[in-house]
Ligand binder design. Structure first.
Ligand SMILES: Nc1ncnc2c1ncn2[C@@H]1O[C@H](COP(=O)(O)OP(=O)(O)O)[C@@H](O)[C@H]1O
Ligand SMILES: [Mg+2]
Length: 347
């Protein structure tokens, strides 16, 4: 992490002191000149005119010095900052300002310039994320829509036998389910990311919630002849059930999806002191280290053979929920052997 920035206060004080000395010297000159004038003449009118001239000259000198000081110390950096903020306002996030002093001699303007650089960089990153998100969503929408269009057209063919018609109809159903899953995941993610106020916690039987989630996968597990083992403690806590459901649902769904026929899945829910630990362990395809680093990204899917059955938003949602609830998630995996996800919540 970058060290805390210190504003060079000594420099600001040096400016104040030198301006004070300048004014004092000029006043001294004024007094000495006045003294000199009244010693040289008694003519009151002449004295008045000379004093007036002196006041005009000295005021002009002070004003000029102040003007130059302001121009160099304030106007120049302010103009630099204004041009940068103007470019940012127009959407140019490539702006980078070079501070006027070295790091240990920063003044307030240098700090503002550095903050503007960070702001522009962050806005630039967000812009890239937004564009990527939109292109990912469009891509994910287009694929099932194309399937729906093609199969709906094919269904209009009167020569189709019943079996093929059934198969086409089934494809339509699964493509439209994929669409509705995608839309509902995007909405959930958007809600989680933009929700200012969290839903209020309510007394929740976490064990029952998890058992219900697991039951939804009973049929798929039976069809794939996957052996499921569960070990649940009885846990009732104040929490946000809809958030926990996102975690349970996505991790159990992934374990089911990525475990081949005849594999094993172990799901556990344990309470250890003030911690609640939820774990899914499968004997599925596993995740390599490089892939493991990216699985929580939106739309990331490593295993393309299952890409038709998801949209890569599941783990992004899980991570978001875990972060909001102040929990932790970890994954350990061995390619070809299986994957374990451990989620820890603190009571
Ligand atoms: N249990 C698992 N076993 C193997 N790979 C997994 C597992 N869970 C997640 N992954 C990998 O992480 C990717 C992202 O998961 P997820 O965000 O849930 O997306 P989706 O399930 O829609 O593909 C998956 O596509 C897969 O490559
Ligand atoms: Mg998933």
């Amino acid at each position: 992490m970058k060290q805390k920035r210190k504003i060079n206060k000594r420099k600001a004080w040096a400016g104040v002191v030198s301006f004070f000395l300048l004014v004092a010297i000029i006043m001294q000159i004024a007094i000495l000149t006045y003294d000199f004038i009244i010693q040289k003449t008694d003519n009151v009118a002449l004295i008045a005119v000379l004093i007036l001239v002196m006041i005009v000259i000295l005021s002009t000198v002070i004003t000029l010095i102040d003007y130059i000081r302001r121009k160099i110390m304030i106007e120049r950096p302010v103009r630099k900052i204004l041009s940068a903020t103007g470019r940012i306002a127009k959407g140019d996030f490539s702006v980078r300002l070079v501070p006027n002093h070295p790091y240990d001699k920063y003044d307030e303007f240098d700090v503002i310039m550095e903050d503007i650089n960070v702001l522009a960089q962050e806005l630039g990153k967000n812009e890239v994320l937004k564009t990527d998100f939109v292109s990912n969503v469009s891509h994910e929408l287009k694929t099932p829509l194309a399937i729906i269009q093609n199969y709906a057209k094919s269904l209009q063919n009167d020569d189709l036998d019943d079996n093929t018609r059934q198969k086409y109809a089934q494809t339509l159903v699964s493509a439209s389910k994929r669409l509705s899953d995608l839309v509902s995941n995007i909405l959930k993610l958007n809600k989680l990311e933009n929700q200012g106020i969290k839903p209020t916690k309510e007394k929740t039987n976490v064990t029952e919630l998890l058992a219900q989630t697991v039951l939804q996968y009973e049929e798929i597990l039976e069809n794939k002849k996957i052996n499921l083992d569960c070990d649940f403690d009885d846990i009732v806590i104040d929490t946000i059930p809809s958030y926990l459901e996102i975690v349970f649902n996505n991790l159990v769904s992934n374990a089911t999806k990525f475990t081949p026929e005849g594999g094993d899945i172990f799901v556990s829910l344990k309470q250890v002191d003030n911690k609640i630990v939820f774990c899914t362990k499968d004997t599925g395809c596993g995740i390599s280290n490089e892939v493991g680093a990216r699985i929580f990204e939106k739309f990331f899917q490593a295993d393309t053979s299952h890409s038709q059955q998801g949209n890569g938003l599941g783990l992004a949602l899980v991570k978001k929920v875990v972060d909001i609830l102040g929990g932790e998630i970890s994954v350990s995996s061995q390619l070809g052997k299986g994957t374990t996800f451990v989620v820890t919540f603190f009571k």
